[in-house]
Design a protein around this ligand. Structure first.
Ligand SMILES: NC(=O)C1=CN([C@@H]2O[C@H](COP(=O)(O)OP(=O)(O)OC[C@H]3O[C@@H](n4cnc5c(N)ncnc54)[C@H](OP(=O)(O)O)[C@@H]3O)[C@@H](O)[C@H]2O)C=CC1
Ligand SMILES: O=C(O)[C@H](O)CS(=O)(=O)O
Length: 492
């Protein structure tokens, strides 16, 4: 249990990782006006830290320093950048326990899951340290006897980054790793709920030898001010955002004035389809992983679970039995499966979806209300009899709510699954190769999990279609978003 930053420091082997200042131009600074904002522990609601609350002037200095540092950083051999990034990866893994405790303290997820995120986040630094050495150009046969065509790739410039609270480490590394690997400067603005993980990342970046200024962390409770600075500052050439589609639209409109390159990882509404030929036990394992990972607070969580009529009751019973074995509690206490939701707004949204569905005829199989622990703890919930007129069909719940829809035919399942403005992740379980081939091609999503509920890895291109975003993060594709292609026509 935690009450204050002193308590949190006492849990750490290396208390210096719990930094509350900003990292700008390679220096640790407070806000110019001295203001701070509170970071709360979701399990208890107590203030665990007061963090520097930066404004546009400080962010502008971070951008200028990143731009200045780029000249040397981009000119270094890729292998030199790779070696420093590898040192950063090693430090993150050596400090995985402490980084996990800081993450759990500010975000709430169970410590085991937080440590898993540290490893997942660090894997992007490891992966793109290697990719730095594989940014290739090309030569193209000339169009005239005296012409020679070459194509080279160069770092796009200073990158502004805005990320959400649900993965306070990995959402930043998934962006800064490819950017730094190719030589860009990077200014990270973490969510106000979870700045401590980002700041701890900067503590280790400094120790790893990242040059002063090339990587900055600008915590701020003034999110829109920072977003405007990123979009209006002429030194920023790339905006990368992860968060809701609503905020993504705002940022895209703002970035349009400078015709700024944008990467957008936005909202989701993932269907999870169980066909009657599925391995039901495997489907339950997949549903538990996809639906309840991070307490349902991920953009790729199963948001709608479609079960074919012939196996509906059996699947519902098996899923309920699996949920009954889970434990809810403080992520820093005894091992648990679910921590608290990030705040009371999140609780309100889950309650709204449950109330709407039950008012329209859905039945609560398990859970359905706030947990006896109080605060933002909520019971993992399963609803049956869910229909497409309910809010949970159209809106991302972002909480531990598993709504089960019944369907008759494959065509009906695909039609319902695609009936959304989102297109990030989707999942289905079947053992029929013809059905697998048809459905994986028919689903309108950037990601399809077939007989698995877990799809996230640094080696794969993560991203959505329709209103779930622009671009891809991870895999060799992910580095392209931080490069500009230059065509050189040489007359010989
Ligand atoms: N596609 C993906 O990979 C992911 C998508 N998401 C989506 O994000 C949502 C949940 O995360 P949540 O943090 O609530 O999302 P929000 O979109 O509310 O916030 C995301 C980030 O944007 C900041 N922000 C909010 N308004 C503005 C603004 N006007 N200008 C600049 N920055 C702004 C927030 O700051 P602050 O928190 O301080 O308000 C936060 O850092 C869900 O819809 C989820 O699907 C989340 C994670 C991954
Ligand atoms: O924030 C999220 O939801 C992440 O993008 C999902 S994942 O990459 O951690 O699976």
């Amino acid at each position: 249990m935690l009450d204050t930053v002193t308590d949190l420091r006492s849990l750490l082997k290396d208390a210096s990782l719990l930094e509350t200042r900003a990292y700008v131009g390679g220096e640790w600074i407070n806000a110019d006006d001295g203001s701070t904002f509170d970071v709360l522990n979701p399990a208890r609601g107590d203030v665990i830290a007061k963090v520097a609350n930066l404004g546009r002037a400080e962010v502008a200095r971070a951008i200028a320093a990143a731009n200045a540092a780029m000249k040397d950083w981009a000119a270094r051999p890729a292998k030199e950048r790779a070696n420093i990034m590898r040192a950063w990866f090693n430090l993150m893994m050596e400090n995985q326990e402490d980084l996990g405790k800081i993450l759990t303290a500010e975000m709430g997820k169970p410590l085991a899951e937080a440590k898993g995120e540290i490893a997942y986040g660090a894997s992007f630094i490891e992966f793109f340290a290697e990719e730095a050495k594989r940014v290739y150009g090309e030569t193209i046969p000339g169009h005239q006897r005296d012409k020679r065509i070459t194509v080279i790739k160069q770092p796009i410039g200073v990158v502004g980054s805005i990320t959400p609270w649900n993965f306070p480490n990995a959402m930043i590394t998934r962006k800064c790793a490819p950017a730094l690997a190719v030589g860009c400067g990077f200014v990270a603005r973490p969510a106000a709920e979870t700045p401590l993980s980002a700041i701890a990342m900067a503590v280790l970046a400094e120790r790893a030898g990242l040059p002063k200024g090339i990587f900055a962390v600008v915590p701020s409770a003034r999110a829109s001010d920072v977003g405007k600075e990123f979009c209006e500052n002429p030194l920023v050439r790339k905006l990368t955002f992860t968060g809701s589609t609503e905020v993504g639209r705002i940022l895209l409109r703002q970035a349009a004035d400078q015709v700024m390159k944008c990467s957008m990882e936005l909202g989701g509404n993932a269907p999870f389809i169980v066909f009657d030929d599925a391995d039901l036990d495997a489907a339950v394992v997949g549903a538990m992983a996809s639906k309840f990972r991070n307490n349902g607070q991920t953009c790729v969580c199963a948001n709608r679970i479609y079960v074919q009529a012939g196996v509906y009751d059996a699947f519902a019973a098996k899923l309920a039995a699996a949920v009954a074995k889970t434990k809810v509690g403080d992520g820093l206490g005894e091992p648990v499966d679910f921590g608290p939701l990030v705040n009371m707004d999140a609780v309100d949204k889950v309650e709204e979806h449950v109330a709407d569905a039950t008012a329209k005829g859905a039945k609560v199989v398990t859970g359905g209300k706030r947990h006896a622990l109080g605060g933002s703890f909520f019971e993992p919930t399963i609803l049956t009899g869910v229909t497409h007129d309910m809010m949970v069909t159209r809106e991302e719940t972002f909480g531990p709510l598993a709504p089960l829809f019944r369907f008759e035919t494959e065509e009906e399942a695909v039609q319902m699954a695609n009936d959304t403005i989102f297109g990030l992740a989707s999942y289905f379980y079947s053992r029929d190769i013809g059905r697998i081939t048809r459905v994986q091609e028919a689903l309108e999503y950037g990601i399809v999990g077939v007989n698995t509920g877990l799809i996230s890895t640094a080696e794969a291109p993560f991203g959505g279609v329709k209103q779930s975003g622009l671009g891809r993060e991870g895999s060799h594709h992910g580095i392209e978003d931080y490069l500009e292609m230059k065509y050189i026509c040489l007359s010989v």
